[in-house]
Design a protein around this ligand. Structure first.
Ligand code: CTP
Length: 400
């Protein structure tokens, strides 16, 4: 029994493929999973809740309210209960609702409350699957970190043949089992990730900061944790938060504080990713009182901060991986390689301010990964979550 003790929400929507969901449910239960079925109103037209509750051994949830008066089905509790949510089959309309937060049924509200990974197996006619709106919604869902189980090419209910057939239950079961067994995972490994900007205090009300949003570093931390690793995320001031419970967030403000926390956690780590946009300079003097407006200029004297990546590079052992970022505006490759060598990094992730949609504030990034062996991997413009996948794959290729 490969899914013993695992709690799974199986979301079923209104597609002919709903009959296959019964088989999928049987396979999940046979492997020891506890499965709660949540079905849409349209789903019930294709398969009866009686069949599903007999197979799962639990009442099927469909509406916001239970069969008896006064019973409210809590989508929040359900979302927190599950180790995994699987939507199979997912129709074009449910994909659209999930991608856009249209929480008008129990399935989508549960999806939006779920803290666990979500796997989605679309099923629809080939033209609907190929429609730009469906493809766009799938991209949005991928950018949320959801896993799309691509439909197969085959005979469809309409009589046509093409891509849109829900993946077979046996195959979906293997994908779920794979996820839980965390094959080739980072389970038992610990990583340090720095993220966000640093704020360098000038006086009690002013600081020097930068435009970093922390999105890239947080996405890397989530990806590492999603693969089973424990992560210490040393984060400068950002407005986002970490989701995975394997991430321990250590909040800092200045480059000095980030230096101290990184040095403290690095020796217990298998690797570190230096994603923070650390201030290179900090005021020599921090005023105790707010500096008043005056008529004359104010010359602020700045001193260099300590280079955290360099300090970790100096103490790095043979068994540790150290990765850094290079944000460049000219002679990009050359500068990045120089930084990697100087800071004793195993690889460096180059992003250029000259690329549209890369770097600060945006949700996308375009990177080149340069290895110690000078191997260069160029990537397309992607969401930061997808970029994080590429970076973690690189780490895995070095560490496993
Ligand atoms: N870095 C760091 N501590 C600093 C400055 C940078 O840990 N005080 C790390 C960054 O997190 C990044 C890498 O070093 O992983 C390169 O940062 P970048 O700002 O591109 O380079 P610098 O070394 O600061 O050089 P410059 O700003 O002159 O290009």
């Amino acid at each position: 029994m490969r899914l013993e003790g695992k709690k799974i929400i199986l979301g079923i929507t209104g597609s002919i493929a709903a009959y296959k969901a019964a088989m999928l449910l049987r396979l999940l239960v046979k492997e020891g999973a506890e499965v709660q079925v949540v079905i849409t109103a349209a789903g019930k037209e294709f398969i009866t809740p009686v069949t599903l509750s007999a197979l799962s051994g639990k009442p099927v949830i469909s509406g916001f309210f239970g069969a008896n008066d006064g019973i409210w089905n809590s989508h929040v509790d359900l979302g927190l209960w599950a180790d995994l949510m699987l939507v199979a089959p997912a129709t074009a309309s449910t994909l659209a609702k999930m991608a856009n937060g249209i929480a008008d049924n129990m399935l989508v509200t549960t999806y939006m409350s779920a803290k666990c990974p979500v796997f989605i197996a679309p099923a629809m006619d080939l033209d609907m699957f190929a429609h730009p709106s469906t493809l766009k919604n799938l991209d949005v869902l991928k950018s949320f970190g959801n896993v799309i189980i691509e439909p197969a090419v085959g005979e469809l209910a309409s009589g046509l043949t093409g891509k849109g057939r829900m993946e077979e239950p046996e195959r979906i079961l293997e994908i779920v089992v794979d996820y839980f067994s965390l094959k080739g995972s980072l389970k038992g490994k610990t990583f340090l990730v720095t993220a966000g900007p640093t704020f360098e205090k000038i006086d009690p009300v002013r600081f020097i900061g930068n435009y970093s949003s922390g999105k890239m570093g947080y996405a890397i931390a989530e990806q590492l944790a999603g693969q089973g690793a424990n992560v210490v995320l040393v984060s400068g001031p950002v407005s986002i938060s970490a989701v995975n419970s394997r991430i321990k967030v250590v909040k800092v403000e200045s480059a000095d504080e980030m230096f101290a926390e990184s040095m403290a956690h690095f020796p217990n780590s298998d690797g570190a990713v230096m994603c923070a946009a650390v201030a290179d300079f900090t005021p020599v003097m921090v005023e105790n009182y707010k500096t008043k407006r005056g008529k004359s200029n104010w010359a602020l004297e700045l001193k260099p901060t300590r280079d955290i990546a360099q300090a970790l590079g100096n103490i790095k052992t043979e068994n540790q991986i150290l990765a850094g970022f290079a944000l460049e505006t000219s002679d990009e490759l050359e500068n990045a390689v120089q930084k990697m060598v100087k800071k004793n990094l195993d690889f460096i992730v180059l992003n250029s301010l000259n690329d549209k949609g890369a770097c600060f504030q945006v949700d996308t990034n375009k990177i080149t990964i340069i290895g110690k062996d000078n191997n260069q991997q160029f990537f397309e413009l992607k969401s930061k979550k997808e970029v994080a996948v590429d970076i973690v794959e690189k780490i895995k290729s070095l560490i496993l």
